[in-house]
Write a protein that binds this ligand. Structure first.
Ligand SMILES: Cc1cc2nc3c(=O)[nH]c(=O)nc-3n(C[C@H](O)[C@H](O)[C@H](O)COP(=O)(O)O)c2cc1C
Length: 212
């Protein structure tokens, strides 16, 4: 039964819907990441796919505490917090968009905590090191990644894109597009970058069209 995922309620015949969830990780409301998120998702909506934006700053949630309860329970049961409002959105959406500003050469603490809380989607065996697979794999899930920073080189952006790409690929997402934005610092400064915003809309449209 490839293409099937066990979820919290014990159902083993779940397939994601043709919809997109955009996860923004900036602490700054109406900042550059928010504007980028809006353009990516508007591009997707323009291609006829429902898309919702979520800002991690609006949710109260903790980083993973490594309790490993999810190995048995197949979802996080060690923490009862705002991530449980986000899990259904992730499970149900075939498309995912992750957007983070660079904070100290990396994603923000919100994005790192969010990604770590996706640990509950892994299946591990009992070998050492443990073999693993993902309950989200094999379902045609696709994602777009975007990163924004103040400085002007890839080095200044550090691991921001990789910190999102590697875990999402491990979870079974195909990355259909990535966008890096340099030299924007002030809140909302990205509004003047018409070419970048057009690229963002196109990425969203391409993601939408790639969903089955
Ligand atoms: C705590 C913190 C750390 C940052 N670290 C970096 C960095 O390592 N490299 C960089 O180019 N910009 C860095 N910046 C600048 C932000 O990436 C930049 O202002 C970005 O446009 C913010 O996006 P936002 O408006 O979506 O929050 C940092 C900003 C903050 C607040």
């Amino acid at each position: 039964m490839k293409n099937r995922v066990p979820i919290q309620n014990g159902s083993d015949n779940y397939l994601p819907e043709r919809r997109i969830t955009g996860i923004g990780a900036s602490p700054r409301k109406n900042g550059n990441s928010d504007i980028l998120t809006k353009h990516i998702l508007n591009g997707a909506k323009g291609s006829g796919v429902a898309a919702e934006d979520v800002h991690l700053r609006d949710y109260q949630f903790q980083p993973c505490i490594g309790c490993e309860k999810c190995r048995k329970d197949k979802i996080c049961t060690g923490l009862n917090d705002g991530m449980h409002l986000l899990y259904p959105k992730i499970i149900d959406s075939q498309g995912l968009v992750l957007i983070s500003p660079t904070h100290n050469y990396n994603v923000t603490a919100w994005m790192k905590a969010f990604i770590d809380r996706l640990y509950c989607f892994y299946i591990f065996d009992n070998n050492c090191p443990r073999g693993w697979s993902s309950r989200l794999a094999g379902q045609g899930r696709k994602a777009v990644l975007a990163a924004v920073c103040e400085q002007e080189t890839k080095k200044d952006m550090g691991f921001t894109l990789e910190a999102m790409r590697l875990p999402l690929e491990a979870l079974g997402y195909e990355i259909t597009g990535e966008l890096t934005v340099f030299k924007v610092f002030d809140r909302g400064e990205i509004k003047g970058e018409k070419e970048i915003l057009a690229k963002a809309s196109k990425l969203g449209a391409n993601l939408a069209e790639s969903l089955r």
